[in-house]
Design a protein around this ligand. Structure first.
Ligand code: ZN
Length: 200
């Protein structure tokens, strides 16, 4: 039985996952299956979200639940099979959770400084590789209240937000690797999918 959360808190923008479990009105959270590469839905350029509807809020809440359950620090809507421009993140390792939902995120500025992180992806389980990206980015997005937000991300947050926005354009972190490494990882994922299909 999936946990239930407070719809009011979800509407207010998911300020704290624990806060979502209080209150009287409930929506049901669903852990959605995460697509594994290769999958055509992971290669699509996603559509912008025109309006923050209850369906968008439900999807965002489900995505956060799915991300924490995995566990991961970021998730993009196409990874759960929805080709819409929505990402969720929480890059806090120690301390209280800081979930954020970014609808129609846009990178306004990237630093010339680059950093290298060993990246992974919930759609490419247990495969990691170093990827070089701008160290800081300025991002604009719409929140679940329909308000425009802007923030400069640095450190792990910067890497994560760029990785997730890439998903919305059908791009995976392995696309930054050489063709041999990429093919090797893709073959491993095909094998993993076959094994999972056999296991039912
Ligand atoms: Zn990913």
């Amino acid at each position: 039985m999936p946990p239930e959360i407070d719809a009011g808190a979800a509407v207010a923008g998911l300020s704290h996952p624990l806060a979502l479990r209080r209150g009287v009105a409930y929506i049901r959270l669903m852990i959605r299956p995460i697509l594994i590469h290769p999958d055509p839905r992971l290669k699509k350029v996603c559509d912008p979200v025109a309006l923050i509807t209850p369906e968008v809020r439900q999807l965002a809440a489900d995505m956060l639940e799915t991300m924490y359950d995995a566990p991961g620090i970021g998730l993009a809507a196409p990874q759960v099979g929805v080709t819409k421009r929505i990402i969720v993140m929480d890059c806090i390792k120690d301390g209280p959770p800081e979930p954020i939902v970014l609808v129609n995120p846009q990178i306004l500025w990237s630093s010339e400084d680059v950093t290298t992180y060993e990246e992974g992806c919930l759609s490419i389980p247990e495969q990691y590789a170093e990827v070089k990206r701008p160290a800081e980015v300025q991002v604009r997005w719409t929140d679940l209240d329909g308000k425009t937000q802007e923030r400069q991300f640095a450190g792990l947050w910067a890497t994560c937000v760029q990785h997730e926005i890439d998903h919305l354009d059908g791009k995976l972190f392995i696309d930054y690797l050489g063709p041999l490494k990429r093919q090797m990882i893709t073959r491993k994922m095909e094998k993993l999918k076959r094994e999972r299909a056999r296991a039912g």
